[in-house]
Design a protein around this ligand. Structure first.
Ligand SMILES: [Fe+2]
Length: 337
């Protein structure tokens, strides 16, 4: 099992990384000035746990995303919608007015004229009154939307021309004892679907990769300092694959906070962006114990991808950058400070 590393030892380690990385990469961004323009950069913005019944948190974060993009002249190439896309009632399914108010207009095309790649969360796996999973797949099929969800798990390379990242989008709604109960609105993948996805995930990873980065996205975190904690099934099924295939990033939501976890010897950086609008949760593990970053705060995240490095930034609901790190194709991580 992984041994966690403290922020202090991580920063010490990062300093060594920085010194080495700085030789070949030019000036590294700092947290005070994290934005570096690059002609061939791909810019993604992401948000998790956003489609909440109460709009206040979501509105603040969505407005901050728009301001942030405008202020930093970022033309988003993609949005990642990290699950729990719809809390509560989605009467009408793909015809629910919530698609307009809480997706199309909340993250408007005028600011984000790009595809929005979505994964399914536990709240999406509810029948209120009918399956929201089916509603989200059906909405994507209509074609006159930025909403992308071709199936419950899927992969893509980005951008289409000279791709920089191989992305595997997974459905982390794993069967567990007690669900689905016949009287419950909640459901999950069936054990057969879970096994089918795992076979597909392995087959995708076995394909020769031509891009510099492998990024896996799903709603549930493998590791989390939030109240949901570490996920036993994902640790058993997916973590060995992340290690074996040296995934650069695993992006998730689910806990309503912002996190970045690194584990000594683990090739994957775990970033959690769950501050998109739903009520915040108290952390269970402080970042001093396991980090380098965990904060109970609303926010969104920005991933800049260039051939030289990934730059991952967490912002709060005012658009202020609260944490960031870079990672090279070879896996060298540098915390911005
Ligand atoms: Fe969730």
């Amino acid at each position: 099992m992984n041994s966690s590393i403290s922020r202090r030892s991580f920063l010490r380690q990062s300093f060594a990384f920085s010194a080495a990385a700085g030789l070949g990469l030019g000036a590294l961004p700092s947290l005070a000035k994290p934005h570096q323009k690059s002609a061939n950069a791909v810019e993604w913005l992401m948000v998790g746990d956003w489609g909440y019944e109460k709009f206040e948190g979501q509105k603040a974060v969505a407005a901050a995303m728009q301001n942030y993009a405008r202020e930093h002249s970022i033309k988003a190439d993609a949005l990642l919608m990290l699950g729990d896309n719809w809390y509560g009632d989605l009467t009408g399914g793909p015809d629910s007015p919530r698609w307009q108010t809480q997706f199309e207009q909340m993250y408007p095309k005028s600011s984000f004229d790009c595809p929005a790649y979505a994964v399914l969360g536990n709240h999406d796996y509810q029948r209120i009154p009918t399956s929201k999973v089916e509603a989200e797949l059906a909405y994507a099929k209509r074609g006159n939307t930025r909403w992308i969800m071709p199936s419950r798990w899927y992969s893509f390379e980005f951008p289409a021309k000279n791709p920089l990242a191989t992305v595997i989008a997974l459905d982390s709604n794993m069967p567990h004892p007690g669900t689905p109960r016949p009287d419950s609105v909640d459901f999950t993948l069936t054990p057969d679907e879970q096994a089918e996805q795992l076979r597909w995930f392995k087959a995708e990873l076995e394909k020769p990769r031509t891009t510099p980065y492998l990024i896996v996205i799903a709603h549930h975190p493998v590791y989390s300092n939030g109240p949901h904690g570490d996920h036993k099934t994902l640790i058993a099924d997916w973590d060995p694959l992340l290690r074996e295939h040296k995934a650069h990033l695993y992006l998730a939501g689910h806990d309503h906070d912002m996190q970045h976890l690194e584990f000594e010897g683990h090739p994957t950086s775990f970033a959690l962006s769950g501050g998109g609008g739903a009520d915040l949760y108290n952390l269970k593990i402080e970042e001093a114990q396991r980090g380098p970053y965990a904060a109970k705060v609303y926010g969104f995240s920005h991933l800049q991808i260039t051939p030289e490095k990934l730059t991952m930034l967490h912002m709060d609901q005012t658009g202020k950058t609260i944490h960031g790190f870079t990672k090279t194709p070879a896996g060298v991580v540098t915390i911005l400070s």
